[in-house]
Design a protein around this ligand. Sequence first.
Ligand code: EPZ
Length: 417
Amino acid sequence: MDKLIVRGGIRLKGEVDISGAKNAALPIMTASVLASGESTISRIPDLKDVMTMGRLLANLGAGFHYESGKTIINTEKIDSFEAPYDLVKTMRASVLVLGPLLARLGKARVSLPGGCAIGARPINLHLMGLEKMGAKIELESGYVIATAERLRAASIYFDIPTVTGTENLMMAASLAKGTTVLENAAREPEVTDLANALISMGAKIKGAGESVIEIEGVDELKPLDYSIIPDRIETGTFMTIAGITGGDITIKGCRPEHLDAPIMKLKEAGLIFENVHGGVRVLGPSRPGARDVKTMPYPGFPTDMQAQFMALMSIAQGTSIISETIFENRFMHVAELRRMGADITIEGGTATVKGVQELKGAPVMATDLRASASLIVAALGAEGETVISRLYHLDRGYEHMEEKLKKLGAVVERIKE
Ligand code: EPZ
């Protein structure tokens, strides 16, 4: 397992180019299953999760090719409907093949994802929606077996605005008979990007990005030729890096309007933002001020930015209260930040972060994707050297992170093990 050695205390300066959004790439890749033919999707980041999704699609019989930011997926011969446990257990987003397979083949056998580090993350809302659309759902030895002659339209209310649940059902409804209404739908930009991709295939979708989405089913969709949105969480991560290093970073190819809540909080904490052509310039203060945050579904403060923001707050002037309302166990980075001298106490879903003057470099361990990002943020602002182990977590969701950091003047080195 690779490690990353990070020398802290350097003011990072320069430009960084943001990659395509992991959480748009994954659903849009599965959307290719809805049509028969060759789909081309651009701005696809070179990530472990993308390659896992490629393997999963190949497992279904699709042709999968990836080359410098572009993926070509040929779905003429989708001849299997199974997403096996060994693939699903490494990437929960595999569940996104459920809707497309049911819509395309009328059958799907998808391993239940099982829990993951940050929480139980059930898929009951996905299954509830598909059942309402006429699918027969059975659970057998850890697999979901779903069958449907032809899915029919339904009105579906989500108790919780689930991102991949909304995406699964939007894809299933695109080929169903009649008009499906999704209520209390997730509003994330990646949901909207998937809707736009489906519309480019001939789907009829209204309201994506709002809480009520209407999908009028069509008989056939055509292959994709689509370029996805930039990654707003990678963008936000570099903003917190500018904040903690007192840096001056111009983030290119990003969509700041996808980050209203985090940008507002970061401005209140003392970071300065300047719009520049094709991106945003972020100036970090000598020391940020403490701010409270509560994670919420979009357009609230994203749970995927909670760990990175906490790293920044760990050296802030004052005390911050950070509440995690989306996942029940998304504080595993706290123990590692404490090893670096952070003063954080946890009470249920709330962390109290008392800002300290400075963190100290230390050997730490990544536990999940965004925790690994938060340890990088902390290490860049700390005094001395930090060694971050289990780097495979980072490689799931950040493309060429070391190269991007080195270009900003960071002293980082990956130790391959
Ligand atoms: C998506 O996960 C993202 N992943 C996650 O990003 C992100 O943290 C999450 O949305 C929340 O924004 C992808 O898009 C591939 P949810 P998802 O369904 O769809 C509960 C990252 O770091 N729930 O919106 O799995 C669930 O337990 C990853 O890139 C049910 O109870 O999240 C959670 O508490 C991590 N039943 C809440 O809803 C269901 O059927 C939100 O989960 C579905 C969800």
